[in-house]
Unconditional design. Sequence first.
Length: 192
Amino acid sequence: MSSPLAQSIADLSSADASKKLAAAGEIYRLGRATSASAISDWWTEGELFALLMGPNPAITVGLAVQRETFGRIRIANGTPRLADVPLDQDAEEFELHFAEGISLDILTTREPGGSGAIAKYLAKFGEGIQQVEYRCANVDRASQILKEKFRVAPVYSETRNGADGTRVNFFLVPSPDGGKVLIELYEMQSRG
């Protein structure tokens, strides 16, 4: 493993619980730091702040990994339930939750070399932090605010179905380092 992130990804499948926790904490810290600098001005808009549950937003860092790594991490963490992901998204995922609010989404492609977003990310960048997810009270309204007040267009023209019955949209946001960060806004659907 050549980078600290690569080592942290490998350590998520460790049998040592403290090593797993340290790895998850580092991945979560890196994802939050990247997104925080990219969207810092979002928090200045009162309605958007409320929609994103400020000042204590629910944040999950999405980690894209190869299928083999996905399997190792899943087994090492007690084989968590796979999310119900719409077929058109060509992804498999499960969540990991650790102490201190650390939440990770482990993602892989159903079809290695395919045309889905995770397959494209893995082909271009390899394993790494693919997205940072923010729970949102109303994705449609947040998308409207982002377009009108911040000139940030959503990836999809309309909010769409996400994993486990959520409603989602994505925003590719410039980061201060000259790169981009993919932000997912997700909305839980009421079970009525």
